[in-house]
Design a protein. Structure first.
Length: 78
């Protein structure tokens, strides 16, 4: 018959090395991105100077608070 062990690779040295190498590369890219350009993925509204005397016309919370904001808007004011 044919030798079926030709196509087999051992799990531990191959996949462990591959996962550790991928983790190291991803951490290097994340560290490089955060050290070289930390504001690359930031919101541009965070860089406008604040004026404490003027309230913005439309204040809307972040997307993950919109459900609570909709509940608060549905209740009439006192």
């Amino acid at each position: 018959g044919l030798n079926s062990n030709i196509d087999k690779i051992p799990f531990h040295p191959y996949f462990s090395f591959k996962d550790i190498l991928g983790f190291i590369i991803m951490m290097f890219i994340l560290t490089l991105l955060s050290l070289v350009s930390p504001y690359l993925l930031g919101d541009p509204d965070n860089f406008t100077p604040a004026n404490p005397l003027v309230t913005p016309v439309h204040i809307q919370p972040e997307w993950y608070f919109l459900f609570a904001y909709a509940i608060l808007r549905s209740i009439p004011n006192k």
